[in-house]
Ligand binder design. Sequence first.
Ligand SMILES: [Ca+2]
Length: 124
Amino acid sequence: MKPKYLSTILVVFLLILAIGCVTPTANVQITRIFYDGLVPRVESDEYVEITNLGDQPQDLAGWVLMDISEGYPSFTFPSYILAPGESIRVYTNEYHPEWGGFSFEYGRAIWNNTEPDVAVLYDT
Ligand SMILES: [Ca+2]
């Protein structure tokens, strides 16, 4: 291989590396599960808190929050721009506009109080 081609390959490689470094990546994570609700039996006040830990706004449209221990319920987000540092909550069956107003609208407790369930947040 001629040196000319080697340098071209090197330039392309560095270009890909540079684009990878400057492209903003989402860092949205589950930061809390309030699993032991205070509302008797139905625990409608349980919630999962989700925070944007990155430095770029992230649209949550189509993202899915699910209890994968049971495989249900799941919540699919509408379009919502989560600002850097902002937290929202998905309640079991309550409506809190100050936390984004998201709810599973589920009539029973979701998150087990004794044997922890696993919550997963899927991006699109
Ligand atoms: Ca619970």
